[in-house]
Design a protein around this ligand. Structure first.
Ligand SMILES: Cc1ncc(COP(=O)(O)O)c(C=O)c1O
Length: 286
């Protein structure tokens, strides 16, 4: 399998990451994940924009322009023959010797970029069935808008949910729901769709932006408003959204059914609207 290492496409075995890489030492880096359907990227511009925006927020100097990056990624999915799959890209602040918390001079220490691909088919059966989630306190930092590679808070939360037999963790700060450990979270009450507004407490999900757009275009009632765990427990429907999951129903929370304990009609509609948007960019999903 080929990967991108800095500005080149190479065999994965050729990649050598230095033990003093600041990504390895300090989790000083950012990442993004974009999905391809039918060998075509979906919302590539939005993901590249977010990678550049995350970089800007931490003063990380990118080694390429947006156009150069898009060309490189397009070449990668071609050489790896990715029909449907995920493309993971990561940038760190480079190899800082000697180890020092201060940012090194970007003129002397270039950032390190890698990108890999994985073939991941759509899990239609899971999207129909839904998943279970557990509520977990959000113990992450206060810049969750940055897609940082420092994910310890996220993975600890997901592990809590997994230990209880759940698929995902729904995070809350003092009872106010923020997002999930690796997705945005939404609830539907009386036919209005709610999700936490963008800001420093949640990742501005590309899937969320797309779902907000298609829902509004379809005339559905949408509010970017925070809600509480109590609201969530009385919701008619709940779902999570991410590039890899699309719109995934959450049918059980803390062991109790949401609504009827199965996918609801609003989520089903949103799933279809999302598929329509994918097909508009990438062609009929095979
Ligand atoms: C914490 C968190 N929130 C939200 C999302 C959803 O973002 P997107 O829709 O851009 O994949 C992710 C995706 O990885 C995430 O890790």
């Amino acid at each position: 399998m080929k990967v991108i290492w800095n500005n080149e496409i190479v065999e994965r075995s050729e990649v050598k990451i230095d033990m003093e890489d600041r990504g390895y030492q300090f989790a000083d880096g950012i990442y993004d994940v974009v999905r391809a359907y039918n060998g075509e990227f979906f919302t590539l511009n939005e993901h590249v924009d977010r990678l550049f925006s995350s970089a800007e927020k931490i003063d990380l100097v990118l080694p390429f322009t947006k156009e150069e990056l898009k060309q490189l990624l397009t070449k990668l999915i071609e050489v790896n023959n990715i029909d449907i799959g995920n493309i993971y890209m990561q940038l760190t602040r480079g190899i800082g010797i000697p180890r020092n918390h201060s940012y090194p001079d970007p003129e002397l220490v270039p950032s390190v970029f890698t990108a890999t691909t994985t073939i991941v088919p759509r899990d239609q059966e899971k999207m129909d069935r839904g998943m279970s989630a557990f509520t977990v306190p959000d113990m992450r930092w206060l810049r969750c808008d940055i897609k940082s590679i420092s994910l310890l808070g996220n993975i600890m939360a997901k592990h809590e949910a997994h230990k209880k037999g759940g698929d995902e963790a729904i995070l809350h700060r003092d009872g106010v729901v923020t997002e999930c450990s690796s997705s945005n979270v939404w609830m539907i009450k009386d036919n209005t769709i709610y999700t936490h507004p963008d800001g420093n407490l949640v990742l501005p999900g590309v899937t969320k932006i797309m779902l907000l757009k298609v829902a509004r275009e379809a005339g559905l009632s949408v509010k970017e408003e925070a809600f509480t765990i109590e609201d969530l427990k009385k919701a008619d429907e709940v779902f999570a959204s991410s590039t890899t999951m699309e719109a995934m129903p959450i049918t059980f929370i803390d062991g109790n059914p949401v609504g009827q304990g199965k996918r609801g009609s609003v989520v089903e509609r949103l799933q279809q609207l999302y598929v329509d948007a994918v097909e508009e960019q990438c062609g009929k999903i095979r």
